[in-house]
Each structure stands twice: as structure tokens, then as C-alpha cells.
Design a protein around this ligand. Sequence first.
Ligand SMILES: [Fe+2]
Length: 328
Amino acid sequence: MFSQSMFTDLCERMLRLCKLREGESLIVLSQGEERAEYVDAFLSAGVWTVGRTPLSGNRPAVEILKSADMVVETLFLLFSDELTEIQGAGTRILTCIEPVDLLARMFPTEELKRRTDAALEALISAESLRFTNRAGTDVTYRIGIYPSKAQYGYVDQPGQWDHWPSGGMVLTCGADDGIDGRVVVDRGDIVLPFKQYVMEPIEFVIESGRITDIRGDGYQAELIRTYIADFDDADAYGLSHIGWGLDERAKWAGLATDTRGHGMELRAFCGNVLFSTGPNDVVGGPNHSSCHLDIPMRGCSVYLDDRPIIADGEVMVEAMRPSPLVTA
Ligand SMILES: [Fe+2]
């Protein structure tokens, strides 16, 4: 469907969006022959200094990456100490692992970045985030303790990390003891990394930032209870990031026929609330659990300090909404 030269063109557009200039160095990081066509496409797109350095936590490799202006990585380094260290050196890093047709369909735009920035600003200035749905969710996060973050799919600032495509997502984490209520995951919501649509409601009871009960008669509720319990880790019952997606080109129904990739489309579709469990070290919190569920939920209402942001899955704030279609 996608020829290598079309993919190269796409990568060239990406590097332009990332403002990679002549004289700057770019490293494309890969492992063995995995995603060799991604590496080829990026290397053909940029004729800058290049290294093909397999990263195995070794010092020389990390030092080389830190010396670059920009790194494209095809391994998925998220949540690794190496990523943090490389960012800390001012290197901007773009993760690129999703299927090529998805990279094209959800190609980041400056318009999406503007809407994401508006969402980020709203999130940063709020002290509480509450979200509800018709299945009975009503939970409040005390926020502002941890930083808020945005992803819009490209990197044009020193030290920035992003993931192509990430569809205008914003997120933060609640205070460690400041999340209370219940989250009822409804039919049709999605559980990642299981890559399943929920068939029966699943209820998470949350008290002082901890999941104290997981209710539901269906097999998926049982699966989640068992999956989390199997980690044998009290921190697996913590709460991770909370936020929402803004990309109108990402489809909720995508998973029905396409289970490739890491599910970025499902995390990004416009108006979804991305509820997640487990670690909060990504924003500097103390929970390092390796048990992490991402649960994109449809039809939710989101309030920041009682200001409605999303109503029944529809984004209410003009500056965050997709531009109306221009018709001839
Ligand atoms: Fe997550």
C-alpha cells in the first residue's frame, strides 16, 4: 500500500515539522533488522550525520545519542532511564513505531499542536479534574502537584520527546492521595494493552489515590482483577495519568479491524478520556509499578474546576475543537 519512497517523503515532511536544520545532527536508533524500512526512510529523508546505534543501556551508545540534536528511535524507549537522560542533554527525540499507513493518516499538524496547547494551558491552570459518564463514573483528581504534559506528534524543542502519531493528547497525574470516586468503564470502552473493547461494565472504586475494589461480573472484570493481582505489587493499584485526546482523524472503531501497533489511534481519538492505572513516575511521582493499563473511554464529561471541557464525549472549548471542514 505504501511504497518506500512515499514513506521517505512522509519522513522528510516530519523532519521539516521538527525544524531539523542543516548543520544539525540526526541519529536514527534501531535494533538489529527490526523496522529496517523505518530506518531507511528516515535516513533517506535526512542527509545529516547518522549513526545506527543499537542501545542496550550501554554508556558509549547513550553518550553518542546525547550528542545529537535529534534522535528518531524505533525501539520504543518510553519509560526508560536512557530516554530521560538523553532528553536531559537537550536532544529532542521522536518515537516512530506505528504502522506506516497510520503515520500518514494521523500526520501531525501545527493546527493540532495549537489545539493541544490550548488544552495544556487549561489543564495547567486547574486544581481539580472531575470526569463522569452515563455508566456511573464520578471521580475527582486533585491536580497541579505534578506537571501536565502534551503530545502532538513531533518535536521542535530541545529536550522534547514525542511519539508520531499521538493525536493531541494532554495528561497529568493526580496527587498521590488526592483521587477519589469511581470509574465505571462502559461497553465499547477500550482496555490496553489487552486491545479489547469492553463487553460488560467494569467498576474501579478509588479512595485516596488507590484502587480499593474492582467490580463486575463479566470475564473482562475478572481478567483485569487477575492481571493486576498477578503483579503481586501494591503499587499496581495506584492511578497513573489522566487526560484526553483531540485528534478527529483517529477512529474509535479502528481496533475492530486493525490490531497492529501500540494503539496510539485508540488513545488519541477526539473527546476520549484516557483513564489509566499504575505508575506515575512519568511525571516524577513515586509509583514505579510496571503494571499499567490505559483505558480510553467514550462519552465522558470532563470538568476542570467545574468548567466543562468535554460534554458526553464532545469537546466544548472552541480553542480545542477541530476546525470545521472547509468546503468548496
Ligand atoms: Fe499510559
